[in-house]
Design a binder for this molecule. Structure first.
Ligand SMILES: [Mg+2]
Length: 112
């Protein structure tokens, strides 16, 4: 399966557009985003020694990250932002800014 940012954005918009309520207002959307970050934290806590409460499952990190992505796509769509362009801008920024920040892996057959 290959899914572009544009595909994901369009699919979210098609889903949301079926309903009269439409996208949540900005502060509610921010609350939803924060909620999903908390759910990611809970899964990671469970993976690192926190015992789930009775009746609580350990969670599913892949699903929680996807939940966060859904909210991010909703925020971008509601504001007419293009996450693909944003991603490209962000990657260009860190590729330039952090080009010498980290220790590079040795390249096979070459000295590091
Ligand atoms: Mg979730």
């Amino acid at each position: 399966m290959s899914l572009t940012f544009q595909d994901a954005s369009a699919r979210v918009d098609a889903y949301i557009s079926q309903f009269k309520e439409g996208y949540f207002p900005p502060l509610l959307m921010l609350a939803r985003l924060t909620e999903e970050v908390g759910e990611i934290a809970r899964v990671i806590a469970h993976e690192n020694g926190k015992t789930p409460k009775p009746g609580e499952d350990a969670g599913d990190l892949e699903m929680e990250l996807a939940d966060l992505m859904f909210v991010m796509l909703c925020m971008a769509n509601e504001r007419g932002l293009n996450l693909e362009r944003g991603f490209e801008r962000m990657m260009s920024k860190i590729e330039r800014r952090d080009a010498d920040r980290w220790t590079r892996k040795d390249t096979e057959g070459q000295d590091a």
